[in-house]
Design a protein around this ligand. Structure first.
Ligand SMILES: [Zn+2]
Length: 164
């Protein structure tokens, strides 16, 4: 890997940063370039990832009807927003958003944990509904992934794929 000295300064110690690039291939995303700025004085690192194999924008949908559906594996790309309208949940892609692999259950549990930090009556009500969905399949919910990069996946034959 070739390192180049840049004229960018380290935000920690004000020394000059080195820059390096690394190309690799990862599951779901394909070819990516990892770009790193490194300070050799204090080891500050700024890493960003550039993705090359973008697909057509897509919306993926899956009705979550039972315990089995909760175990469905999903990949959420850094560009994807996720909605579950029944419980009023929406996860937007953040500025430094990263892709991740999880299960529907893991995703819903994450939403629940965020709700538990909020101190509102609605949050408590929705938290309880989520508990009932996870434990007793008390209601059907719809997972909607809206992805401008088209890279997200729902690992289920029942998933609906709509090209935008
Ligand atoms: Zn430094």
């Amino acid at each position: 890997m070739e390192e180049k000295l840049t004229d960018r300064m380290c935000p920690n110690c004000n020394d000059y940063l080195f820059y390096m690039e690394y190309n690799t291939e990862i599951p779901y995303e394909g070819n990516i370039t990892i770009k790193t700025y490194l300070c050799k004085s204090c080891y500050y690192k700024d890493v960003s990832i550039k993705r090359h194999d973008m697909e057509k924008p897509k919306i993926l949908k899956l009705k979550i009807r039972n315990k089995n559906d909760l175990k469905t594996i999903i990949y959420r790309s850094p560009d994807a927003s996720i909605k579950i309208p029944e419980i009023d949940a929406e996860i937007s892609p953040g500025i430094a958003s990263r892709g991740y692999i999880t299960t529907v259950e893991g995703l819903i549990t994450g939403i629940k944990e965020k709700l538990s930090l909020m101190d509102s009556h609605d949050a408590i009500y929705i938290e309880e509904r989520i508990n009932n969905i996870l434990k007793k399949n008390s209601e059907e919910i719809t997972l909607i992934i809206d992805d401008s990069s088209g890279k997200s996946k729902i690992n289920s034959g029942r998933a609906e794929v709509i090209e935008k």
